[in-house]
Design a protein around this ligand. Structure first.
Ligand SMILES: NC(=O)c1ccc[n+]([C@@H]2O[C@H](COP(=O)([O-])OP(=O)(O)OC[C@H]3O[C@@H](n4cnc5c(N)ncnc54)[C@H](OP(=O)(O)O)[C@@H]3O)[C@@H](O)[C@H]2O)c1
Length: 276
């Protein structure tokens, strides 16, 4: 059982989607879990689970959520940074304030939580930090530039940490999901005002790419599969990068991409999303 190695865990973005599936998996493994959402009332009431309020738009909320969970747990053995959201649209069609807010939430404050977690784990010489990045790091999605930048930064950050923590008893996992069938796109659509054809000249391309994203997500595997991949990675007990998703996205495409020149990769991506 994972609880033998990680008796306590904090999972951000636990109200829905992947975060919720991670919580289910950890509870089944006997781990006591503190899980976050902006509205704790949306979090599940379950034995072994404690809801915590966390809003990634505020430094103070990150600090408060961590201290609350860390204090109650008597030291967190596992921290999973899963909270995040997409923002859709051409880079210039949105106010820069929107992109800045996304980067601060998904990159800067995720690093802030990692800093708090690793200081504590380092002092105790045990623990695991899991950062939920994305295969978008390897296969950038058009019209999601801020999201891709945040995830690429997060993966680079995790890679650096893996070297830093070697031999300390702490591990770092860069977990890169492909498409999973969650409410991610619905939330993204609700925050996107750029999908109307009249909003900007490139609207048909933007809509075509959106249709691709949406059909990919609809036909994607359920979040429980990602939770299974995370369980296996945690059982291995080693730092590393984990690609999770369909056979094509998580296995075949990364392998093919390593063989192909960058210009070809870019041309295929542009054609796939209707940008050429
Ligand atoms: N689904 C995919 O195909 C996919 C692929 C690659 C990577 N990912 C990554 O996986 C993670 C989970 O995504 P998901 O697919 O599970 O999406 P989701 O179902 O929309 O869940 C997102 C979670 O993040 C929380 N959240 C969103 N914005 C937040 C904010 N500003 N402050 C605090 N919490 C916030 C939400 O909580 P509340 O709304 O309750 O506050 C929710 O629990 C994200 O980091 C996403 O980028 C997903």
């Amino acid at each position: 059982m994972l609880a033998d190695r990680y008796p306590t865990a904090l999972v951000t973005g636990a109200s829905t989607g992947l975060g919720r599936a991670f919580v289910d998996m950890l509870l089944n493994e006997g781990v006591r879990v503190w899980g976050t959402g902006r509205d704790p009332a949306r979090l599940p009431a379950r034995a072994g689970f404690t809801p915590v309020a966390l809003d990634l738009d505020a430094d103070s909320s990150v600090e408060a959520a961590f201290q609350l969970a860390e204090g109650a747990a008597g030291g967190l053995d596992l921290v999973v940074n899963s909270a995040g959201y997409g923002l859709y649209g051409p880079f210039t069609a949105r106010d820069f304030a929107d992109w800045r807010r996304q980067l601060e939430a998904m990159f800067v404050r995720t690093l802030q939580l990692s800093h708090l977690a690793l200081r504590s784990m380092g002092a105790r010489r045990r623990g695991a930090l899991v950062n939920i990045s994305s295969l978008a790091v390897e296969f950038p999605l058009p019209f999601m530039s801020g999201y891709n930048a945040a995830k690429a930064g997060l993966s680079a950050f995790s890679e650096s940490l893996m070297v830093e923590v070697a031999g300390t008893g702490v591990i770092v996992i860069d977990f890169r999901p492909g498409d999973y069938r969650t409410g991610f796109n619905q939330t993204m659509q609700a925050t996107s005002d750029t999908l109307s054809p009249s909003a900007f000249p490139s609207a048909p391309r933007v809509q075509h790419a959106w249709a691709r994203l949406e059909s990919n997500l609809q036909s994607a595997p359920p979040p429980a599969r990602a939770a299974g991949d995370l369980r296996r990675a945690l059982r291995r007990g080693r730092s590393g990068t984990v690609r999770s998703g369909s056979f094509f996205q998580a296995r075949l495409a990364p392998w093919l991409t390593r063989l192909a020149p960058a210009w070809l990769h870019r041309a295929v991506t542009a054609r796939y999303f209707g940008s050429s």
